[in-house]
Design a protein around this ligand. Sequence first.
Ligand code: SF4
Length: 202
Amino acid sequence: MSIKRKVKAVEQLFGHLDKEILAFQTHTRLHCVTGCGKCCTKSDIEASPLEFLPYAFQLFVEGNAELTLEELKGESSPICHIYQPLSLTDTQSGSCGKYQYRGLICRLFGYAAARNKLGQLQLATCKVIKEGQLDNYLKAAKAIEQGLKLPVISNYYSKLAQIDFNMGTRIVPINQALRLALTEVLTYYAYRPFRGGAKRIA
Ligand code: SF4
C-alpha cells in the first residue's frame, strides 16, 4: 500500500474514532480541562509510528520533514516533541502543537476503555478528570458497566495494525514513533516522485 493510502486509512480510522468519542462525551459530559496539558508532559508515553504517519506526511508536504527529523534526532527530552507548554516553568498548562495530527493514543486517552484482568471494560482517564469531574466520572463508570458504548483501546490498535502490521504494532516512546514515521515517509519518497497535493518546498 502506498504512503498516501496508508495516511488516508489512518485518517479514516481517526474520523470514526472522533465520532465515537463525541457520542461518549455527549452522553457522559466528561471533557478535558481547557488549557490542561498534563497528560502530554508524561515522560513515558508510547505510540506506534503508524499513528503519526499523517503528521509525518503533512510535514513532508510542507517541506519540513527533514528539519523536524533532525530536531528529533537531537531531542534529549522524553516529553513529546509536539507539545507546546504555556511557559517553560509550567508543567501543567499547554497544548498540542499539531492537534489535528495527534496520534491514536492521544485521541483515546480519557475517552476510551481498556479491559481489566476479568475482561471488563474500564475507562482509561486521568486524575484531573476523575477528581475534577467525580460525579460524571462515577456515572460514566456505572454506565459502562451497564453496557454504554465507548471506544476500546485494543480494538483501535487492532484496526491500526490491519493498515500496516509492522508500523502499527511497533510500540515505542512517542518521540521515537515520530522519528520512525518521518523516516518512513522520507525513505518512501527518496526514490519516488511525489505527485499531487501541495507542492513540496524542500
Ligand atoms: S501529539 Fe499532541 S496530544 Fe499527543 S502527546 Fe504530543 S502534544 Fe500531546
